[in-house]
Write a new protein. Structure first.
Length: 149
């Protein structure tokens, strides 16, 4: 006797495929039966209220706001660069003498700025007040011309 070419797995896949097709046909027929044809324009319109939410009722004309086209900003406004040559003040928050680098906490902006021992005019320790300038390094801001205050 010859073996059947159709394996159990193939039969199961075919049953599943036919079942999905039948479910799809039933859903399509149900959508057609429940479809509301002939909606009026007023039933299809959605309004936006003063808060930007969709609603079925028109907004109150008394709450209408007028915006000037020039006031609308598309995208992110450009970051205004600070004067990099300006002298800043800060406090050494961390410094590792063995590795030769640390971080300065800017007093004004409270941002952490990298400092390398090559940029120090004299040895520093943690919690020393310093004055410095800033330049853009490969990984962010770096302090240059660092002097104790």
């Amino acid at each position: 006797m010859a073996r059947s070419k159709e394996t159990f797995g193939k039969k199961e896949k075919e049953k599943k495929r036919l079942k999905l097709q039948q479910e799809k046909r039933e859903k399509m027929e149900e959508r057609k039966a429940n479809a509301k044809k002939g909606k009026t324009l007023d039933e299809m319109i959605a309004y936006v209220d003063e808060n930007g939410n969709l609603s079925a009722t028109p907004p109150d004309p008394k709450k209408k706001k007028v915006f000037k086209q020039e006031e609308i900003t598309l995208g992110i406004p450009k970051h205004e660069e600070e004067d990099k040559d300006a002298v800043r003040e800060g406090i050494i928050s961390f410094f590792n003498d063995a590795k030769g680098y640390g971080f300065i906490r800017d007093i004004k902006t409270q941002e952490s700025i990298f400092v390398h021992s090559n940029q120090l005019s004299e040895p520093v320790q943690e919690k020393n007040k310093v004055i410095f300038q800033v330049e853009q390094g490969p990984r962010g801001l770096s302090a240059i011309n660092v002097k104790r205050n």
